[in-house]
Design a protein around this ligand. Structure first.
Ligand code: FAD
Length: 266
């Protein structure tokens, strides 16, 4: 058993039976394991989890404009590999601290791009064996892949386009934008989904919640949709999320929906 704190960017999470998957070629999946990548979009209960597969299978190969990569490959690395190969389509991913697998589950995106724009197919290990699922079958929508079978994403193929010098310039620009708009500290990125194209941060700020804290977790002063954690309690973060929802509804009449994924019992 090991604590999951160190496997998440928000730095909370109880104990679990962890398996670090560096080579997924002989992986078995029973169906009741929890899978995480870089843990940058999850809030894991203080009570912990059962068996957790932590995907650290990293690697990518480039063939023409196609990149096939292991699911544990960090998105910033993939973005750099694309740029170094003269390919465009993943510039937006350079500052997202997740893995390819987590990026597919979340249909991660930024600055007008998202993974479904470039995804061709994903190989998924289910309890009944491996399947290759096309991007269309995955049925992408905003921060969700509705058609993903229950299983472990092992690898995926992305189709990019020929890039120019502009690719690296865009990556620099996006990195600067991120530095200017997003806080540092332990967090899981945006806590809530947009409402009608408007950032949840707008409503949280309007409700006067910047700086609001439960225990050692607080709403960032820099970006109201970010929760910064200086403590070690997932329960406090969950309580803060629940309070934000209530207060935003009372102040703005808007119902916020979580983008963060809860894992375990709260
Ligand atoms: C500072 C910061 C900035 C961020 N900025 C952005 C942004 O601009 N845009 C954006 O979209 N997101 C952003 N995020 C959120 C996050 O990085 C993305 O959602 C990322 O794609 C999640 O990948 P992960 O590997 O960390 O997934 P995890 O958090 O580990 O898991 C997320 C979900 O995917 C599942 N999962 C993970 N890997 C696999 C796999 N191999 N097979 C099956 N299921 C799997 C998990 O079970 C869970 O349901 C940000 C996060 C942080 C901390």
């Amino acid at each position: 058993m090991s604590r999951l704190v160190g496997f998440t960017t928000v730095r909370v999470g109880g104990e679990a039976e962890t398996v670090i998957v560096k080579d997924a070629s002989a992986l078995k999946f029973r169906g009741d394991e929890v899978v995480i990548g870089r843990g940058s979009k999850v809030l894991i209960s203080d009570k912990g989890l059962g068996k957790v597969l932590i995907m650290r299978n990293v690697g990518a190969s480039v063939r023409g404009n196609l990149i096939t990569a292991e699911s544990g490959t960090p998105l910033p690395l993939l973005s750099r590999i694309a740029a170094e190969s003269g390919l465009s389509g993943l510039e937006w991913a350079c500052g997202i601290p997740g893995s390819l697998g987590g990026g597919i589950v979340m249909n991660a995106g930024a600055y007008g791009g998202e993974i479904s724009d470039v995804l061709v197919s994903a190989d998924v290990l289910t309890s009944r064996g491996r399947v290759t699922v096309s991007a269309k079958e995955l049925d992408p929508t905003y921060r969700k892949m509705r058609g993903l079978p229950h299983g472990v994403i092992l690898s995926a193929t992305l189709a990019l386009t020929a890039g120019s010098l502009e690719v690296k310039n865009l990556m620099r620009l996006y990195a600067e934008k991120r530095r200017a708009s997003q806080p540092s500290g332990h967090n899981f990125g945006s806590t809530f989904r947009k409402i009608g194209g408007v950032s949840a941060g707008y409503f949280i700020e309007k409700a006067g919640l910047k700086g609001y804290a439960v225990g050692k977790a607080h709403v960032s002063e820099k970006h109201a949709n970010f929760i910064i954690n200086d403590g070690d309690s997932a329960s406090d973060i969950r309580a803060l999320i629940d309070i934000i929802k209530l207060k935003v509804y009372a102040a703005c009449g808007e119902r916020l929906t979580e983008e963060v994924i809860y894992l375990g019992e709260f």
